[in-house]
Design a binder for this molecule. Structure first.
Ligand code: EPZ
Length: 419
């Protein structure tokens, strides 16, 4: 098992290119199950999570080929059972349920297990399938959904913590092959949901309102193959912008959609950093002493929960008192204990973290617990005095393509070592 070792205190400068979006690639790859014709997906990031999804598609009978960032899938015949062994490695596997139900009118997928970022039920997904006329049963650790046919319906997918991203994706992928009109109220508006809707429309789907809380899906009899470019990864872009803020002399992220990263840009400029954007790049640079921040995570276009840990790392060395509130996954603070091992001063009170900025963090051996928490520890290590060793970096490889190499290109003294 690898570790990442960081020699802190070396300023970052220069530019890097952003990869395709993990959270767009996963549901789009699952959507290829909706047609027996070939689909070609470009800019699929080289991550363990995308590999897991391709393993699931292969297991379900699809022919899958991958050549660097391009994946071609042909699901001429599909099996509708995705067992525990392939599904347990990745929660997002749940998004094969919708395509299998849409295409085969039945699906059996292992129920996702626990998650360190908090309670992650799928009741809204199942509620959506039931509204389309499917019978839903949970037995032996599996979800079984089946329906002789699916009928359009009006479905509200807004839950206690707001809309559900993969729930919206799953119901959309089932409804696209249902009879009649489906209206999703309280739909998630994330760019990844819009990207999936674009792909489904290229396949012959009739989806309107993607990116708004109300989506209208007119069911079609069948879908055909399509070719698609995955959107840039806005969370990877945000992570590098925070890296540039935490210890940069000025860096630029390229091949990015600035509109998708607006909330992160707003947060960094509120802290006092200079932010400049052009049609597909964003530059961040210091602009005097940064100032503390009060911020809360919200569904898109609000400040993303997937950037909360990284902003905590930045605020831990920003002079003054900052307050971060996590509204999507209230317990998502596994990174705090590790940041405190590096000298950060953070007080947790339920979903809120009160951060007293310190002058200096100190390098230490720290443990990654989940994807974004591990990115935050790497960012803190860039700033810290001395050496930080982040273990369990397989968490990072789930969602960041070559993070250590890209940081190295920007001047970080960082290496991957065998544990
Ligand atoms: C997606 O997860 C992302 N994953 C997550 O990114 C991201 O944190 C999350 O959206 C929120 O933005 C992928 O796209 C693969 P949700 P998802 O359903 O769809 C509650 C990363 O780091 N809820 O939008 O699983 C839920 O518990 C990952 O890349 C229900 O109550 O999240 C949460 O509090 C981590 N019932 C809230 O809604 C449901 O049926 C939002 O969850 C579904 C969700």
């Amino acid at each position: 098992m690898d570790k990442i070792r960081i020699h802190g205190g070396h300023p970052l400068s220069g530019s890097i290119k952003i990869s395709g979006s993990k959270n767009s690639a996963l549901p789009i790859l699952a959507a290829t199950l909706l047609t027996r014709e070939p689909c070609i997906i470009h800019r699929v990031p080289d991550l363990s999570d995308t590999h897991y999804m391709l393993q699931i598609l292969t297991h379900l009978g699809a022919q899958v080929e991958r050549a660097s960032g391009t994946v071609s899938v042909m699901a001429e015949k599909v099996d509708s059972v995705a067992p525990y062994d392939v599904v347990r490695k990745m929660r997002a596997s749940v998004c094969v349920l919708g395509p299998l139900l849409g295409r085969c009118k039945e699906a059996t997928v292992s129920l996702p297990g626990g998650c360190v970022i908090g309670d992650r039920p799928i009741d809204l997904h199942l509620k959506g399938f039931e509204a389309l006329g499917a019978a839903v049963r949970v037995e032996g650790g599996n979800i079984k959904v089946f329906a002789p046919k699916l009928n359009g319906a009006v479905i509200n997918l807004r839950g206690k913590f707001g809309p559900t991203v993969l729930g919206t994706d799953n119901v959309m992928m089932a409804a696209v092959l249902a009879e009649g009109i489906t209206v999703i109220e309280g739909a998630a508006k994330e760019p990844e949901v819009v990207d999936l809707a674009h792909f489904l429309n290229k396949m012959g789907g009739k989806i309107e309102g993607a990116g708004t809380p109300r989506m209208i899906i007119e069911g079609v009899r069948e879908l055909h193959g399509a070719e698609h470019d995955i959107i840039p990864d806005r969370i990877e872009a945000g992570t590098f912008l925070v890296a540039g803020a935490i210890c940069g002399k000025g860096i630029t992220v390229k091949r990015v959609e600035p509109a998708h990263v607006q909330a992160v840009m707003n947060a960094l400029s509120s802290c006092g950093f200079r932010i400049e954007s052009s049609p597909n790049s964003i530059a961040v640079a210091p602009n005097g002493l940064p100032t503390p921040l009060e911020i809360a995570t919200e569904p898109y276009p609000g400040f993303p929960t997937d950037m909360q840990a990284q902003i905590c790392a930045l605020l831990s060395t920003t002079d003054g008192t900052s307050v971060v509130t996590e509204n999507i996954f209230p317990q998502r603070y596994m990174h705090v204990a590790e940041l405190k091992r590096m000298g950060a001063r953070v007080q947790l009170d339920g979903p809120t973290a009160v951060i007293q900025g310190v002058d200096q963090l100190f390098g230490a051996p720290v443990m990654a617990s989940d994807l974004r928490a591990s990115a935050a520890l790497v960012l803190a290590g860039l700033k810290a005095d001395g050496i930080t060793e982040v273990s369990r970096v397989y968490h990072i490889d789930r969602g960041y393509e070559h993070l250590d190499e890209k940081l190295g290109e920007l001047g970080a003294h960082i290496e991957r070592v065998k544990a």
